[in-house]
Design a protein around this ligand. Structure first.
Ligand code: ATP
Length: 734
């Protein structure tokens, strides 16, 4: 470790850069040479999209029958395709210049004012049209770049480049000292801008001319950048950090002053152009609407895109199908995308989510004449279990592969399959189960508090050393023996679940009550709380009960014991973006934390409250240790602090769950200020820390719109009205 750190330092101080080592062909190490040759070969390989899709599916080791069959074409279609292919053949062999994308991003950055959202959509949709028409193989790459990802969430590692290292890289590339860089960072608040401004100074480049002799400066393409990003992300081991820095320095030396800005920001995981995932998908919908010559409404295309992506979280395959449909490689319509993007083993499905409710009476109003069922709401981690080709995989709520973390569950599943198959005399080849994984006291057959589960380590878990045991409570089945079940009713899916599997001590079915008797429901709620659960999840069981990936609608309602008969119905998940130093007992730690919600319209973080309530000493210490690693010199431009004045600001990374008495309007904070009549933000009263939410990314925190809706619903309940400001309907929330 020490050795690698010292070589890292000397690398950053410029000593290890050698023209010979990095740029001279003869001196290339064999591995590097192979890599280069491989890259060259890859470049010359011409793949059509069907081929790419097949390769991707094979790469993912998907069952043979999930591989898309070759598409049959009519004569006209073949002619049409030949013309299209000829037209774009020249471009098909290359990749779009990064500069072209950057030019669009610069324009997007300039969009301001009332009509800006639409302008952004128009600019991005034109970019998508260009890519789909001329560089279709680049579509997923451009999407990954715009969303600051390396590839599909469930298989792609993070960049693994912290803010500190990134600052050092930028300092190195533009030739300034750490001290100068910090000063510029305080001036601008944006490392991307610091890098870009630095690049304008050509003189600084001379100082490193031995390092940047990379032959005639070739223009960067998105394909090259994404390959480099992947290469960086997969590096592991002792010298990984050093190699990552080297590669990224090289890339940034090659970039021009505008390109470097967006490269830096993408490594920071936000392009800061005010375009969230929602905007990007909306822009793609507009592009497709134009390409399909208005045959389908833009909103309908957005719905299709979202529903398809929620089913199939592998964007490589998702975009492959989009291109296939637009290029009319089959006789399918665009609306068939949902079927093409069907769920499959090995690729996580976005889980269905629940809406908060404030009481049993509201449930009756909501379901009206729709039959429903109540289930225990277990308090653990969501786990999606995939079994196929005799292999088990466990995915988290945010689609991460957690199989390594739970070797005990993998073992239980093996037994579970064996016992279930024997007892029910059924062959089990593949399935996807939706469950909650809960900490469990094996001796006393008792559910343990959620906190116990968080003490389990996440990596290199050895079966023999596990002390906190887990029980899996299954509440849904999405696929069985290759048959997709999500369009069946919950009643039918439960039948599949109960008739196929047999419970054991560690794998049980979620307890349920099929009754609409108020007293029985109340008793069931008490029973669930006494058993260590949070309350109930009430679900439609017949009508409207198909499984809806990624959706949070009124078909699943959560009823938490702590929020019964309050105006809120739920706790709130917020991102820590700043803190004040502690005093007295909290001296040497952070005393209170600046919390923000996420504005998913423009990719900003808006402040909600400053609080230190509800935190134990150990939790304060834990947070201090995590947060001190992600301190920023200045609040980035996408933090809307309002009048909040924290002592330090952090990267938006850590999500926490807070309880609050209620919500109020605030002259200090900015949450949802765009949506309130006098542009004041919404704030929390008496917030108290509950837990950190490691299973949520910052962009999965409560959104500004949700905060305003919560405020609205509270006001509406207290005033007994159904309409609130901004004409938001209270029905939007409860
Ligand atoms: P949300 O998922 O609504 O954003 P959250 O992640 O904070 O909120 P909760 O408020 O705890 O989660 O409620 C939904 C979660 O409850 C589900 O994502 C799931 O993990 C858990 N859960 C526990 N029991 C069940 C059940 N029987 N059916 C569905 N989900 C359940």
């Amino acid at each position: 470790m020490k050795k690698s750190q010292s070589s890292l330092d000397s690398f950053l101080s410029g000593k290890t850069f050698s023209t010979k080592k990095d740029n001279t062909k003869n001196n290339s190490k064999p591995a590097e040479k192979n890599e280069k040759e491989k890259e060259k070969k890859e470049k010359t390989e011409k793949l059509d999209l069907g081929e790419i899709t097949k390769k991707l599916q094979k790469r993912e080791n998907l069952p043979e029958d999930k591989i898309i069959p070759p598409v049959k074409e009519s004569k006209e279609q073949i002619n049409d395709n030949i013309i299209k292919q000829e037209k774009s053949q020249k471009n098909k062999e290359t990749s779009i210049l990064f500069k072209e994308i950057v030019d669009v991003l610069l324009k997007v950055e300039q969009c301001k004012g009332e009509n800006s959202k639409d302008q952004v959509k128009e600019l991005l949709s034109n970019l998508f049209i260009k890519i789909i028409t001329d560089y279709s193989q680049d579509l997923p790459k451009v999407y990954y770049f715009l969303t600051s990802k390396v590839g599909p969430e469930y298989i792609s590692p993070e960049f693994g480049i912290g803010e500190g290292i990134l600052e050092k890289i930028v300092g190195k590339v533009i030739g300034i000292s750490d001290k100068q860089l910090k000063e510029r960072l305080i001036e601008t608040g944006d490392l991307g801008i610091v890098a870009s401004d630095g690049k304008k100074n050509v003189k600084t480049m001379d100082a490193f001319s031995n390092f940047i002799k990379v032959g005639p400066q070739k223009k960067l393409t998105i394909d090259q950048i994404m390959k480099i990003y992947k290469n960086v992300a997969v590096k592991k081991g002792k010298s990984a950090q050093e190699e990552k820095i080297k590669i990224l320095c090289d890339l940034m030396f090659k970039a021009d002053k505008e390109e470097i800005k967006f490269l830096v920001r993408s490594l920071q995981k936000s392009l800061k152009i005010g375009a969230s995932f929602k905007t990007i998908l909306n822009s793609l919908a507009r592009a497709i609407n134009k390409l399909l010559k208005n045959k389908l409404d833009e909103k309908e295309i957005y719905r299709i895109l979202l529903a398809s992506k929620n089913q199939l979280s592998d964007e490589d395959i998702f975009f492959g199908h989009i291109i296939e449909l637009i290029e009319k490689k089959s006789d399918k319509n665009f609306s068939d995308l949902i079927d093409l993007c069907h769920i499959r083993c090995g690729i996580p499905v976005n889980p269905q989510l629940a809406r908060p409710t404030t009481g049993i009476k509201v449930i009756f109003e909501r379901f009206n004449d729709t039959p429903f069922t109540c289930e225990y709401k277990y308090d653990g981690f969501r786990g999606q279990i995939h079994y196929y080709k005799k292999k088990t995989q466990i995915f988290s709520r945010n689609l991460e592969d957690m199989t390594e973390t739970y070797p005990d569950i993998v073992e239980f599943i093996d037994k579970f399959i064996k016992e279930s198959a024997e007892k029910n005399n059924k062959q089990l080849n593949s399935f996807i189960l939706d469950c909650e994984m809960v900490a469990y006291d094996k001796k006393n057959d008792k559910i343990l508090p959620f906190q116990q589960l968080t003490t389990r380590s996440r990596k290199n878990v050895d079966l023999a050393t596990i002390t906190i045991h887990v029980c899996m409570f299954c509440f849904d089945i999405l696929l069985l023996n290759d048959e997709i079940l999500i369009n069946k009713t919950l009643k039918e899916r439960r039948k599949y679940l109960y008739e196929t599997f047999t419970e054991s001590q560690y794998i049980q079915f979620a307890k349920h009550l099929d009754s609409n008797d108020e007293q029985e429901m109340e008793a069931f709620m008490t029973e669930s709380v006494n058993a260590g659960c949070e309350g109930l999840i009430v679900k439609a069981i017949d009508k409207n009960s198909e499984y809806m990936p990624g959706q949070r609608n009124f078909n699943w309602l959560k009823l938490k014991k702590d929020y019964l008969d309050t105006s809120l119905g739920d706790s709130i998940d917020l991102v820590i973006i700043g803190a004040s130093y502690g005093k007295g007992k909290r001296k040497g730690l952070y005393g209170s934390f600046l919390l923000a919600c996420y504005n998913d319209d423009n990719e900003t973080y808006e402040t909600v409250t400053m609080t230190g309530g509800g935190l134990k000493d150990t939790q304060l210490e834990e947070l201090y240790n995590k947060l001190k690693e992600i301190i920023l010199p200045k609040a980035p431009s996408n933090y809307k602090l309002g009048k909040a004045e924290p002592d330090v600001v952090f990267e938006a990374k850590i999500v926490i769950e807070v309880k609050t008495a209620d919500l109020s309007m605030s002259p200090i904070y900015t949450a949802g200020y765009d949506l309130t009549p006098d542009h004041r933000g919404v704030s929390l009263r008496f917030p108290r820390f509950q837990r950190t939410r490691d299973d949520k990314k910052p962009y999965e925190a409560c959104t500004s719109e949700e905060i305003v809706k919560l405020y609205n619903s509270q006001t509406a309940i207290s005033k007994n009205t159904n309409k609130t400001f901004n004409n938001m309907d209270i029905d939007d929330i409860y």
